[in-house]
Design a binder for this molecule. Structure first.
Ligand code: ARG
Length: 588
């Protein structure tokens, strides 16, 4: 169905045409003077030049033709030539009823669904998840849901960092600690035992220990580099260790992402791309795209109108080793071969932007991806602490994701126990649900590309522009609907009625914006706009709630109309938070 703004625009176009003016001038926007009107059209001002007429005359002509329009309660020309509009309450009510009857609440699906891949998460195997990985997971998950809601085929790929130097470090450290293991022998051939020679907590301790030791000890470092090289060149025993590391680590990652309500369709990684590298390199050489520069194999990606220098894409180091660029290019070869995406969105720290500029240019220039594939880099900013520096633990160390989540949950638990009389078990459960909303909303309500301050006190507050406030609003609506049912009311067959006062109408118009907002959020890949919308909608509801006797309304038809409106508002809010990747509890 059309959005309300589209319907209003159609009416205005007709009116411009009927009055003898080009319909292109009939652009309608939300009012920037809500005290005067709900929508406005400034087209008469723009048309004045073309028709050599005073704008107010044009506005008057247009407004004269709107007298019988069912859509407007008010259409007024005001000096110097604005057209102020208010929507007819019955028109708004029937619009909302149409929305409520649509399973997608008025959101149109893509006419031609796209195959979209989203590359997000990007954790590094065997290293603990830290808060830097949080943003990618949260933003990527939300985009995945939004793109799906619009009817596209979306594949989320975690793209594990599973092929680097950290693997060589772990192998080297294991060899030092457990030389009796069979894997270090180059001739290792047998099956390796099912049981991994380490637990996840050991693994998480082994990596940082080895990494720190390697920084101080050159020989150890060289051994780790050699082990990395041998792993990458088919050492069977090392490959067996690699398999163990992957099993143990991926099990743990799955648990962590599950707790974040984040899930991936593909658990592929850098390692999966390696087999595409030799052919790719051969082709780049043979077709003349790649050349040697100081021993390294590179592809130039500088373009004519670049203001800054864009260094070449690095294909192979002078020692023949593959690099981050190589792996991302080979991953594109793989994605083209297996999935044929129309679009790939990379949700990665914005400090990696140059890398992606190089990779995208190289992939396009060399035909690794088809010319019409859209490659998009969605770079996010840093999550800072209150001191404005990257978020750290109180002791100044790297904050592990698990600990951050625990901290937030504890804070929420305290608040829930303080305010209400619920069982400990319920409070713990609710704290988890609300805590996750606090984190995700706190993150997503900021424009992705910007740095932001992760403020635990603010994010966990039940008041203001926060996740808990949104959930609290939903829970409040649920409780009204439940009471209505307990008193014998039914939630089916209801319809929204024309608003009789300002706060009711404001709530209705806010609800009616839903599909328009979704389209903007989708087209601009901007989940923060969805947060801004639900905050406005929650505020409009709460104002209505405080000014209206809902359940004690005596006229049954009006009461049923209120309930129909609240039911729709709840569905909109629930759909939105689902698109943001969190949910509401039953009570809080
Ligand atoms: N593992 C990388 C990191 O932690 C992020 C991977 C991003 N995705 C990609 N296709 N390069 O920095």
């Amino acid at each position: 169905m059309n959005t309300l703004l589209e319907l209003i625009t159609i009416e205005m176009k007709n009116a411009f045409q009927a009055a003898g003016y080009d319909e292109a001038f009939a652009k309608v926007t939300l009012s920037n003077r809500p005290d005067l009107c709900e929508y406005q059209c400034n087209g008469a001002m723009a048309a004045a030049k073309t028709y050599k007429k005073a704008p107010i005359m044009i506005a008057n002509d247009v407004v004269a033709g709107l007298k019988d329009c069912a859509c407007f309660e008010m259409a007024e020309a005001v000096n110097p030539g604005f057209i102020n509009l208010k929507v007819e309450p019955s028109f708004a009510a029937s619009y909302l009823n149409e929305m409520a009857a649509d399973p997608d609440l008025g959101v149109e699906k893509e006419a031609e669904p796209k195959m979209v891949m989203i590359d997000y998460g990007g954790p590094n195997v065997a290293k603990p998840l830290h808060v830097g990985h949080l943003r990618s997971a949260i933003i990527g998950e939300s985009l995945k849901r939004i793109f799906r809601f619009k009817g596209n085929h979306v594949t989320g790929d975690i793209h594990l960092g599973d092929w680097g130097y950290q693997m060589g470090l772990i192998i080297t450290e294991l060899k030092k600690r457990k030389p009796e293991l069979p894997y270090f022998d180059e001739a290792f051939e047998g099956d390796y035992p099912e049981e991994a020679p380490f637990t996840i907590s050991e693994l998480e301790e082994i990596y940082p220990t080895a990494s720190a030791y390697a920084k101080e000890h050159k020989e150890y470092r060289e051994e780790a580099l050699k082990a990395t090289f041998m792993l990458q060149n088919g050492h069977r025993g090392y490959r067996a260790i690699w398999n163990h590391i992957m099993n143990v680590s991926v099990t743990d990652l799955k648990k962590n992402y599950h707790n974040l309500n984040v899930d991936f369709d593909l658990w592929k990684g850098e390692a999966d791309a390696q087999k595409y590298i030799p052919d790719m390199v051969e082709r780049l050489k043979n077709e003349g795209y790649a050349h040697y520069d100081e021993g390294a194999l590179v592809v130039d990606v500088q373009e004519e109108d670049d203001k800054k220098e864009v260094p070449p894409c690095m294909i192979l180091k002078s020692d023949g080793a593959a690099l981050y660029d190589t792996t991302d290019l080979a991953t594109l070869v793989e994605r083209e071969e297996l999935y044929k995406p129309d679009e790939i969105i990379y949700v990665v720290d914005k400090r990696q932007e140059l890398h992606f500029v190089q990779v995208f240019r190289c992939a396009k220039k060399t035909g690794i991806v088809r010319p019409d594939v859209k490659l998009e880099f969605l770079g996010f900013g840093t999550m800072n602490g209150k001191d404005g520096k990257p978020f750290k633990t109180r002791e100044g160390g790297v904050m592990r994701l698990e600990n951050l989540i625990r901290e937030i949950d504890e804070e929420m638990y305290k608040k829930i126990m303080d305010n209400r009389t619920v069982t400990e078990e319920e409070a713990l459960n609710t704290a988890k649900i609300v805590g996750l909303a606090a984190i995700k909303y706190g993150d997503l309500s900021n424009q992705a590309s910007k740095d932001y301050v992760f403020d635990v006190d603010r994010f966990t507050s039940f008041e203001g522009n926060t996740g808990p406030y949104i959930l609290y609003t939903i829970v409040r609506i649920k409780s009204i609907l439940n009471k209505y049912q307990e008193n014998g009311g039914k939630l089916v067959g209801l319809s929204v009625k024309s608003a009789e006062n300002d706060c009711e109408k404001a709530l209705m118009l806010e609800a009616a914006k839903f599909n328009d907002v979704i389209d903007a959020v989708y087209e601009e890949t901007a989940p923060h706009k969805l947060c801004a919308y639900i905050y406005d909608l929650a505020n409009a509801f709460n104002k209505f709630y405080h000014e209206t006797k809902i359940l004690t309304e005596e006229e049954e038809v009006r009461k049923a109309g209120y309930i129909a409106l609240l039911k729709l508002v709840k569905e909109i809010l629930e759909t939105c938070i689902d698109l943001l990747g969190f949910e509401a509890p039953e009570r809080m």
